[in-house]
Design a protein around this ligand. Structure first.
Ligand SMILES: [Zn+2]
Ligand SMILES: [Zn+2]
Length: 138
């Protein structure tokens, strides 16, 4: 995978990413639902240094997840679109929201997380590794 580009809805924030994500997860937790405004979030996980901000500076919101971890969301303070996220359990790692990526057809999710919180109307891909919450630590 070469470089990919993305940004927020208004274009105020633009980024580019070098190399592959080390994990792609569909997260059905309540926090992802609230933060994205969607039924669930598809998150691509990258090392922070793979991501280069080309334009704009995301506003940051910090919160505590039900796991007890402190989490952050980074979003455009003009259009409100969330582009990045992260948390204290994985320092140096950022998640990128699939919807912020310009051409995202390469994305193949590997896992479903927090299925115990999934909406009844959400179609679940049972072929993926499925977890009721987070996977147990490796
Ligand atoms: Zn924007
Ligand atoms: Zn989540």
């Amino acid at each position: 995978m070469a470089k990919i580009t993305g940004g927020c809805l208004c274009g105020g924030i633009r980024y580019e990413i070098e190399g592959d994500p080390f994990r792609i997860a569909n997260c059905h937790c309540d926090d992802c639902r609230k933060a994205t405004g969607s039924a669930y979030a598809t998150n691509l996980f990258y090392q922070e240094d793979q991501i280069t901000l080309l334009q704009g500076s995301p506003k940051r919101f910090d919160h505590i997840a039900d796991s007890g971890n402190s989490m952050f969301k980074e979003f455009c303070d003009n259009c409100g679109a969330q582009v990045f996220g992260g948390g204290s359990m994985r320092p140096g790692v950022k998640s990128v929201k699939v919807g912020s990526i310009d051409y995202a057809n390469f994305v193949k999710p590997q896992v479903n997380l927090y299925l115990s919180h999934a909406l009844d109307c959400t179609l679940i891909d049972e072929e993926l590794d499925c977890f009721d919450a987070m996977p147990p630590p490796a």
